[in-house]
Design a protein around this ligand. Structure first.
Ligand code: IMP
Length: 177
């Protein structure tokens, strides 16, 4: 039986928790009094989403959207496909899109454009991680947890070939395990 390979720690659990509290406070303040729909972008953001909304002092509805990622590659194909859609309409709602990571920005740009035509009252974007050097388009992220370099990261919901999502911190794959 093989055991789990532990990637090198880039952002420890304690730092993630602390940053989530700060983000949740900021978001709760900005969206106070509004009818909010928090949208979890699957698969990668499920852990971040669950922790973030538990720190938010706001009544909100939760929706889930599935977006295809890179398959088994570690670089963007530029292709975005919706694999699962929300079950409730968002017209008139204040939408908060919650992503795990913004790399080229193409996924978030596609999601924003897709949701705009559904006539929400507003769209805010939040991503735990952001790779500013990898951006290939202009995309507005209202709330960012951490800026990182171009390295491929795993853990805390993020995967490499479907694995490593259960790691509780953000790690870097130095050599594939
Ligand atoms: P973008 O469209 O290039 O911004 O990519 C967004 C999606 O690519 C994310 O939601 C992730 O699923 C995936 N992704 C980008 N960079 C990484 C990484 O370093 N680790 C794991 N997944 C990543």
């Amino acid at each position: 039986m093989s055991s789990l390979h532990h990637p090198r720690v880039l952002i420890p659990e304690t730092k993630i928790k602390q940053r989530i509290k700060e983000l949740a406070n900021e978001i709760s303040y900005d969206l106070r009094g509004k009818d909010v729909t928090a949208v979890c972008i699957l698969k990668g953001s499920y852990m971040f989403f669950a922790d973030l909304i538990r720190e938010m002092d706001l009544p909100l509805s939760c929706e889930f959207m599935g977006v295809s990622s890179y398959g088994n590659k570690t670089s963007s194909s530029g292709e975005v496909k919706i694999t699962l859609d929300m079950t409730e309409p968002v017209n008139g709602k204040h939408v908060l899109l919650i992503e795990d990571i913004v790399d080229t920005g193409l996924t978030m740009q596609y999601l924003i454009n897709t949701l705009k035509v559904r006539n929400p009252a507003s769209i805010k974007t939040c991503s735990l991680l952001m790779k500013p050097e990898s951006l290939q388009c202009k995309v507005n992220i209202d709330y960012t947890g951490f800026n990182i370099g171009k390295e491929f990261v795993v853990g805390y919901g993020l995967d490499y070939q479907g694995r490593y999502r259960q790691i509780p911190y953000i790690g870097v794959m130095d050599n594939e395990g």
